[in-house]
Design a protein around this ligand. Structure first.
Ligand code: NAD
Length: 353
């Protein structure tokens, strides 16, 4: 029998290996459901033995390290992950935690979104022009994939209707790059015809396609994008104070964007970025559950892969009061669908079509 310390370090080692296979190699060897089971076991052990929880535990970290074959981008604001729940009971427990923290007994309004199964990217616009795009990486440092992002037709190279010189110089938009099911099926069909191996699922196909060194390959993969939040919005000024450079980040988000997450998404859409048409503003927990059931029923008919819903406290000032824990915001939760399938046996092998 292993003691708690030994068990924790055994699970951490196993999860670190799965993370490397999934985030760095885009080649998972276990189904997500097995990964999630192991992660929950680790969290339960760490909760029962808080002195054994370390900052470098996979339970405290976001994603995986950026590939060295790309130049690195340090995110001006970190890109976090999401905490998960898998049952209505756990979703209610999440809402209770939020209300307790806010000392609030009134109903909360939620922005309800499908959980898109692709990979997170941050798009940086300066003076309305797309100047940089980066993957999430480990949350602090991602890969510079600007050239590849420029091949995605639905991502504007220039923001629409930027209202004059008063508009913030820098606007970062975050969202998910994904491969629509039709493109994924066509890609794997072509691979089969050529006797090559395809991708295990649309998420791996999107990640593998976006992290290509040759952007001509990315261009052929028909990737798509939906925006779901803002990153840094404002101005950065550099000054030379007696020989040492000072940097001032002037945050203008609240000046130009609404105090509602849902309204912010509509503002991002008005700038020309695609927003998922299933996003809803809901004002009860019951409505969130009905949304989950509705999206679950629609899942197979949607043209893109999803693995749950994301429910976000809509009021930005409440989001700020709630803040973050190590790897995820306290104001949002991924309410995930039950596992649909085990990992397919198709190996994720790069091929050039
Ligand atoms: P996650 O997928 O659990 O949740 C966070 C991510 O959701 C965000 O970074 C964003 O990319 C995405 N997202 C989609 N729709 C969104 C929306 N509307 N709003 C906000 N974010 C949205 O995140 P993760 O930390 O990248 O990965 C953890 C999950 O990945 C695990 O739970 C597991 O299922 C899977 N995983 C599997 C393996 C494996 O070996 N099979 C390894 C590592 C991770």
């Amino acid at each position: 029998m292993l003691n708690a310390q030994e068990k924790i370090s055994q699970i951490q080692q196993q999860l670190n290996q799965y993370n490397h296979e999934y985030y760095v190699l885009d080649q998972p060897t276990v189904p997500d459901v097995e990964y999630d089971r192991l992660m929950n076991e680790l969290i339960a052990l760490e909760t029962a033995n808080p002195s054994l929880k370390t900052l470098d535990s996979p339970s405290q970290k976001v994603g995986g390290q950026a590939l060295k074959s790309f130049s690195q981008v340090t995110h001006q604001l970190p890109m976090l992950s999401l905490d998960n729940v898998f049952s209505l009971e756990d979703f209610h427990a999440f809402v209770k935690r939020v209300k307790d923290r806010l000392n609030n007994t009134k109903a909360l309004t939620f922005c309800a979104e499908p959980k898109l199964d692709g990979l997170a990217v941050s798009l940086r616009y300066e003076q309305g022009q797309l100047v940089q795009a980066a993957t999430r990486g480990d949350g602090s440092v991602g890969e510079n994939i600007t050239t590849n992002i420029r091949t995605i037709k639905s991502i504007p190279l220039k923001l629409m209707g930027v209202p004059g010189k008063d508009f913030p110089a820098i606007v970062e938009v975050r969202g998910e790059v994904f491969m629509p099911k039709a493109s994924f099926n066509a890609l794997n069909e072509l691979a089969k015809k050529r006797g090559e191996k395809g991708f295990a699922n649309p998420r791996n196909a999107a990640a593998g396609s976006l992290r290509q060194l040759d952007s001509k390959i990315t261009a052929k993969r028909n990737l798509a994008f939906y925006a779901y939040s803002l990153g840094f919005v404002g101005e950065v000024t550099f000054a030379d104070a007696g020989g040492s450079e000072t940097i001032d980040n002037l945050d203008l988000t609240d000046t130009f964007f609404a105090n509602s997450h849902h309204q912010r998404l509509c503002q991002i859409k008005a700038l020309g970025l695609p927003m998922c048409p299933e996003v809803r503003l809901l004002d009860t927990e019951q409505a969130c559950d009905a949304f989950y059931q509705d999206i679950l029923a629609k899942r197979n008919g949607l043209s893109y892969e999803i693995d749950g819903t994301v429910l976000k406290v809509d009021d930005i000032s409440l989001q700020k009061r709630l803040g973050f824990v190590a790897r995820a915001p306290r104001w949002a939760i991924a309410y995930k669908f039950p596992a649909e399938e085990e990992l397919t046996t198709v190996d994720d092998v790069e091929f050039q079509v």
